[in-house]
Structure formats: C-alpha cells, structure tokens
Design a protein around this ligand. Structure first.
Ligand code: ADP
Length: 245
C-alpha cells in the first residue's frame, strides 16, 4: 500500500475517533434510561484503549455508538472526516459470543461478510488465510466451528472482523465467556496482533486485571466511573484517563 502523502490522506488511512458531548437515552414505554451523558473523548489512530467499568455503566452503548450500530441521542461522533451515522467497513467488530455460522467452515465464516457485500471472494482468500495464520488457526481453515474450542472460535471471529482490513477494531468483552487461562492467552495474542498491525483497538473488559495489563503495556486506559447512579442514570461523562509514557 502506498503511504499517505498528505495530512488529509493520513487522516483517511489512520483516522482519529472524536466524540463530542455524546449522549444516549433508551426509551421503553415509560422507562427512560440515560446510558451516556455528554461524553467527549478523542482516540488517536493506533491507540489501544481498554474500557473498564461496572455492568450497566454504558460501555457497550459507547462501542455500539462508535460502530454506528445505534444512533446517538445527542452530540456527534466522527471517525476521521466521516460523521458516524451507520456501520462502516472501516470498523471491525467482535462481540462477546463469537457468532459463527455452524454450517460454514472457518474460512467460509471469514469470507461470509465479503460474500454478503458482493465482493470477489477469491480476492480475499489470501488475506483470510493470512489472518487465520496470525490467530493460530492456519490448520483449521476447513474445520467447522463446532470442531473448535471456545478460544479458537473467538480467534476465528477476530480474524473475520479483520478480513476487510478495518483501521479500527472494536471488541465488546471478547474474552468474557472464556476460562481464565484461555482468556490470558487470548489477551496476549491480541496484544501481539495489535503490535503487528497497529490498528486502533477499543476493548471492553470487566476485568481489572486486563485493564491493568493494558496499563503495563503502556496503552491508554479509559475507566468508566461506578457505581451506578440512581434513576437508571449511568455516565461515562468524565472518564479517568492517563497516558503511560
Ligand atoms: P455495559 O456495557 O456497561 O454493561 P450497557 O451499555 O449495555 O452497559 O447499558 C447501559 C444502560 O443502558 C443499562 O442500564 C442498560 O440496561 C441500558 N440499555 C442498554 N441497551 C438498551 C436497550 N437496547 N434498551 C433499553 N435499555 C438499554
């Protein structure tokens, strides 16, 4: 790939994520939940951001907003020059459960989003195989998801999220359902992947250990304040941030 030659091009290739006064209110009948209030945040390209906080404080909401999966109730989110209003191929998403299609092989799962978008599958095959190798699944391309362990399935899901070469990888507690040892291994693998690709990674975790590991690895760490506020009002309005040089 040709390196970007101007600051404007660089911003397209390695965009900064900016949230300005973003809020999200969920309404269900008479029940109103203020999930996020006036969140302002800037995440530079290539940062690894761990988002930690108690259940219900708005972590998933924050990532779904940045992914364009749900609209904000107020404020503005931009990724580079693009205002986020819908999902975009520049963002890869990994959820807590791997959500693989059981009737397709591992490589078939990786190529599924490519097929859905009507893109030439053959052109993406080398990328898919390379990604499988990067996540330690080179020998499992033709296996089916039910033949894999939980950790391997989640690795396949991470590879699938990367198949379009997104500049941003968003992960919502991707290792939450795994046992402690597998989780630790996956965290190390993710760190290795990040070091190799230098994508911007936004990573939700319940685990203080994982957030502390992010700190040790000199990555930026955003902590969501707890405990919950009364009246279903939770906020990431003033996240505690620190930069470890
Ligand atoms: P976290 O990821 O930190 O556990 P969430 O972002 O999932 O928190 O949820 C924040 C708050 O918003 C919670 O009170 C949750 O019940 C509420 N919430 C999340 N999604 C919805 C939804 N689709 N409809 C109504 N309320 C929701």
């Amino acid at each position: 790939m040709t390196p970007p030659s101007s600051p404007a091009q660089a911003e397209v290739h390695r965009p900064t994520i900016v949230l300005r006064d973003v809020s999200k209110v969920y309404r269900r009948g008479a029940q109103v939940t203020h999930a996020l209030d006036a969140v302002s945040l800037t995440i530079a390209a290539g940062e690894f951001v761990a988002i930690v906080g108690p259940s219900g404080c708005g972590k998933s909401t924050l990532l779904r907003l940045i992914s364009g999966l749900i609209p904000a109730s107020g404020g503005e989110i931009t990724i580079g020059a693009r205002r986020v209003t819908k999902p975009d191929g520049g963002v890869g998403i990994v959820f807590q459960a791997p959500i693989l299609l059981d009737w397709r092989t591992v490589i078939g799962n990786l190529l599924f989003p490519v097929e859905m978008q009507g893109k030439p599958v053959v052109a993406y095959l080398p990328t898919a195989r390379k990604l499988l190798a990067q996540v330690g699944l080179a020998d499992f391309a033709d296996r089916y998801p039910y033949e894999l362990s939980g950790g391997m399935r989640q690795r396949a899901a991470i590879a699938r999220a990367l198949v379009h070469d997104p500049v941003i990888l968003i992960m919502d507690e991707p290792f939450g359902a795994l046992d402690a040892l597998t989780r630790e291994q996956m965290r190390l693998d993710l760190e290795q992947l990040w070091l190799t690709t230098r994508k911007t990674v936004l990573f939700i975790t319940h685990s203080i250990d994982e957030a502390v590991a992010a700190r040790r690895s000199r990555r930026r760490h955003v902590a969501a304040p707890g405990p919950h506020r009364a009246h279903h009002r939770h906020s990431l309005a003033a996240p505690t941030r620190a930069r470890w040089p």
